[in-house]
Design a protein around this ligand. Structure first.
Ligand code: NAD
Ligand code: TYD
Length: 332
């Protein structure tokens, strides 16, 4: 199979490309990525010499380039996005342009080129905060921040291309993902790298918000399964099944690093902060997927990876990142 992967220089995309090339030797991958602050060719350095892999530098909102990159592919796995809630809360323009507009451009090209499978990588955040229970695919979308609203728009748009145009779309709604190569602005890599530098860990509000944590390799395996065996027009939740409070997550990270809890710094809560995410992933499990990594072990592996890959994250925590960090966290 020949795949177009968008956002393949990002966190999940780079892990996904590695997963595909390792598990499907006959596959070929085109990686279309515009290399925003979160895109990093270091994430795919190990595959760049592979003859089955090709990188195309460009924007998913560029119709001409998108058609070129999509030429001759069997399937599109669309991961490119602006992905950070706190940045969307600072300014939403890029989120609308890439997450909504870029998705529309890709869908039009996929329709025109009669692509046989379009995987829209969506998120559990489209359901909004779940006071109790676990979200099912048939639940209404109820996003509460500009990031999740932009992802909900893209999710609905992709489904609309199935309903209206019979483009064979399949949607995945993955939970909070963690693992190697995650840009150190999301909570786990941010807290691990802050702790490694003995800097405070800014815990929002009372720290009792719950996320349903999913290891990146389990997320990639799920996307791959849905790509090959998901039903046209179907939606699949990808939940890790480990719901823990942020304050407990923070303590575990510090324990794994042998750092004191005095590094935890409670700060003003995120506006519109979703209290709890939880997913019912039974539909995907029925298709044959189950997470293969326990949360405890995956967290330990991830913390260990950041500990031994300072050369990867150190450059990312300078320059523009410092500006973002000061704006986001100073006087909070
Ligand atoms: P990321 O921010 O690490 O990577 C995003 C990638 O997209 C980057 O390489 C970036 O350069 C690229 N990109 C951004 N705008 C682009 C554009 N206009 N054209 C081409 N490329 C562009 O994000 P991630 O965490 O790997 O998330 C990947 C996808 O998975 C996103 O769609 C996100 O919404 C979804 N998702 C993420 C999580 C999570 O916890 N990280 C959970 C569920 C779903
Ligand atoms: P994050 O990794 O940004 O993912 P999302 O907002 O998409 O769930 O945040 C995960 C949780 O951690 C969320 O409840 C917000 C919280 N958080 C903090 O307490 N402090 C921080 O500095 C960050 C980035 C997140």
């Amino acid at each position: 199979m020949k795949l177009l992967v968008t956002g393949g220089a990002g966190f999940i995309g780079s892990n996904f490309i590695r997963h595909v090339l390792e598990t499907h030797p006959e596959d070929r991958v085109v990686n279309l990525d515009t290399l925003t602050y979160a895109g990093n060719l270091e994430n795919v350095r190990d595959v760049e010499g592979d003859p089955r892999y090709r990188f195309v530098h460009g924007d998913v909102g560029d119709p001409r380039l998108v058609r070129e990159a999509m030429g001759g592919v069997d399937a599109v796995v669309h991961l490119a996005a602006e992905s950070h809630v706190d940045r969307a809360n600072l300014a939403a323009g890029e989120f609308l342009r890439t997450n909504v507009g870029g998705t529309g451009t890709l869908l039009d090209a996929a329709r025109e080129l009669r692509i046989a499978r379009f995987v829209q990588v969506s998120t559990d955040e489209v359901y909004g905060s779940m006071a109790a229970g676990a979200a099912r695919e048939s639940d209404p979308l109820n996003p509460s921040n500009p990031y999740s609203a932009s992802k909900a728009a893209a999710d609905l748009l992709a489904r609309a291309y199935w309903i209206t145009h019979r483009l064979p779309v399949v949607v995945t709604r993955g939970a909070n993902t963690f693992g190697p190569y995650q840009y150190p602005e999301k909570v786990i890599p941010l807290f691990v790298t802050n702790a490694l530098e003995n800097r405070p860990l800014p815990l929002y509000g009372d720290g009792r918000q719950v996320r349903d944590w999913l290891y990146v390799l389990d997320h990639c395996a799920a996307i791959d399964l849905v790509l090959r065996h998901g039903g046209d027009g179907e939606i699949y939740n990808i939940g890790g099944g480990t719901g823990i409070e942020n304050r407990e997550l923070t303590r575990r990270i510090l324990r794994l690093l042998g750092k004191p809890e005095s590094l935890i710094q409670p700060v003003t809560d995120r506006p519109g902060h979703d209290r709890r995410y939880a997913l019912d992933a039974s539909k995907l499990r029925a298709l044959g997927w189950a997470p293969r990594h326990s949360f405890e072990q995956a967290l330990e592996t991830t913390v260990g990876w950041y500990r031994t890959h300072e050369a990867w994250w150190r450059p990312l925590r300078s320059g523009l990142f410092t500006q973002y960090y000061d704006r986001q966290y100073t006087n909070r």
